[in-house]
Design a protein. Structure first.
Length: 228
């Protein structure tokens, strides 16, 4: 199984968003209904939402926030992007790392560019890069969403990337789908024929299928040990 392969190679993975030191702490961010401080008025105003993220991190004395895998999020109700069909999409399939626009993102392991796209809809990924990797006979993908549009310049499919190489930066709301600056990082086993995009949020009724295809990003990130 892919999870076992990733666990086996964990010591070789390079940081996706490096910490300033081994003593740096990350704040666990909650975007479920349990977080009553995150009101509809905040979510519907990108400036207020961005200030909320910034002030929450500053109050905790943290540069970065993290969280979100398999989280049932109410925040997606603000965008029709997640409400097509008879059942809304609310279950988050990746891990988000929140911080300042421009924060650097690095490649965790060798691979190549599978695809990329500017998913320019409100609430979408904005600038997106998907890499393909091979380990012990297993092929899988890592998705990087909400990037700077400039990160797509010069890319081409099958372009090789090396572990530890600077890949991208956190984008601004104008280029990242209308979100406060952050990285959406997701592991995908089967792209199911898609290019430049893959669901980062699914219907709750499809939870098992999607979580099976998108294992916990912590297998690569290894950041939970730094959270509080």
């Amino acid at each position: 199984m892919l999870q076992e392969v990733l666990k086996k190679h964990q010591s070789k993975f390079r940081p996706v968003v490096p910490l300033l030191s081994e003593h740096e702490s990350l704040l666990v961010m909650d975007f479920t209904a349990n977080n009553t401080t995150l009101t509809k008025a905040i979510l519907q105003d990108i400036n207020k939402f961005s200030r909320y993220i910034q002030s929450t991190l500053e109050s905790a004395g943290c540069r970065l926030g993290i969280g979100g895998y398999a989280e049932h999020r109410t925040i997606y109700a603000v965008s029709p992007h997640f409400d097509a069909g008879d059942e809304p999409r609310r279950l988050h399939l990746g891990t988000d790392i929140w911080g300042e626009a421009g924060t650097e993102i690095f490649t965790p392991l060798n691979g190549h560019v599978h695809s990329f796209r500017f998913n320019d809809h409100f609430g979408d990924y904005g600038a997106t890069i998907i890499l393909q990797h091979h380990l012990d006979g297993h092929s899988f993908y890592t998705l990087y969403g909400h990037l700077s549009i400039s990160n797509l310049q010069g890319l081409y499919e099958h372009m090789p990337v090396k572990a530890g190489e600077l890949l991208a930066n956190f984008g601004t709301p104008a280029e990242n789908g209308g979100w406060p600056p952050h990285l959406h990082f997701q592991i995908i086993e089967d792209m199911q024929g898609m290019r430049g995009d893959y669901p980062g949020v699914c219907k709750y009724s499809e939870k098992e299928k999607y979580l099976r295809n998108c294992p916990d990003p912590e297998l690569i990130l290894q950041l939970n040990q730094y959270t509080h």
